[in-house]
Write a protein that binds this ligand. Structure first.
Ligand SMILES: C[S@@+](CC[C@H](N)C(=O)[O-])C[C@H]1O[C@@H](n2cnc3c(N)ncnc32)[C@H](O)[C@@H]1O
Length: 236
């Protein structure tokens, strides 16, 4: 949540804003700092199509729940007929959209319903051993999910150039972009070895177990957040 707070410092959020959040996730990691930053007169409409498990509990204990409107829906088709938000944000969520087609559709919906879109994602860059440890374990997730469920999730992080290309393909113009170093530990890439042991395909299992063991050796000595890239865009 601290890292999300840092990310949002680059989103030009002002008190009283009406913000749409895409892919808020079960832990409201971005939703809570967003609700804090928009102040008492602001609102956050938090959208997710599936993961809500701890959302209610977390937003309640922060005392900011009354500023948040949760909506369970698919962000490929937003139910807002006109521009209804000052800002639409997608923070650490592009990698969960599974395909380029969905990414473009979701970004074009964000640009349709909000004055501006803010997209932030970790970058596939390691400037030190600890960031490399995070990336090596994180980069196993795409293959592990595919081998287990036949569907990719947590796709490899995009470069800032790839993010810009997605925005342009979605009919947007990049008006600001940048990168920053969170300087924080990052342990959310962890995926238990037992998950990998459940892969049925013998060859894939052996290969992924070998890669998991090597990545885990580095990861357990400490993992750090890689640099984060962000983009502010508007509809052309
Ligand atoms: C990495 S997670 C949560 C990221 C969260 N914003 C954060 O800061 O931690 C991305 C979320 O996007 C959601 N998601 C994926 N595809 C979606 C779609 N088509 N519509 C709405 N939400 C979607 C997933 O259910 C997941 O909860």
């Amino acid at each position: 949540m601290l890292e999300r707070f840092q990310v949002l410092q680059h989103a030009s959020i002002r008190e009283g804003m009406n913000v749409l959040e895409i892919g808020c996730g079960a832990h409201a990691l971005t939703t809570v700092p967003l609700a804090y930053l928009v102040g008492e007169t602001g609102r956050v409409v938090a959208v997710d199509n599936s993961r809500w498990r701890f959302f209610e509990e977390i937003t309640s204990v922060t005392g900011l729940k009354h500023r948040i409107i949760p909506l369970k829906l698919d962000a490929r088709e937003l139910p807002f007929p006109f521009r209804a938000f000052d800002l639409a944000v997608l923070v650490h969520g592009i990698r969960s959209l599974k395909s380029e087609e969905t990414m473009i559709k979701v970004i074009s919906e964000m640009l349709r319903v909000a004055d501006r879109a803010f997209i932030a994602e970790s970058l596939p860059i390691a400037r030190n051993e600890r960031q490399r440890a995070h990336l090596e374990l994180y980069n196993l997730r795409e293959d592990i999910f595919e081998a287990l469920f036949g569907e990719k999730d947590d796709l490899h992080y995009p470069t800032i150039e790839e993010l810009k290309e997605l925005v342009e393909k979605a009919g947007g113009r990049v008006i600001e972009s940048g990168t920053f170093e969170p300087g924080l530990p990052h342990y959310l890439a962890y995926i238990p070895r037992e998950y990998v042991e459940r892969i049925k395909d013998v060859k894939k299992r052996a290969d992924l177990l070998k890669r998991w063991d090597a990545a885990y050796e580095k990861w357990k000595k400490g993992a750090k957040h890689p640099p984060v890239g962000y983009i502010i865009a508007e509809k052309i």
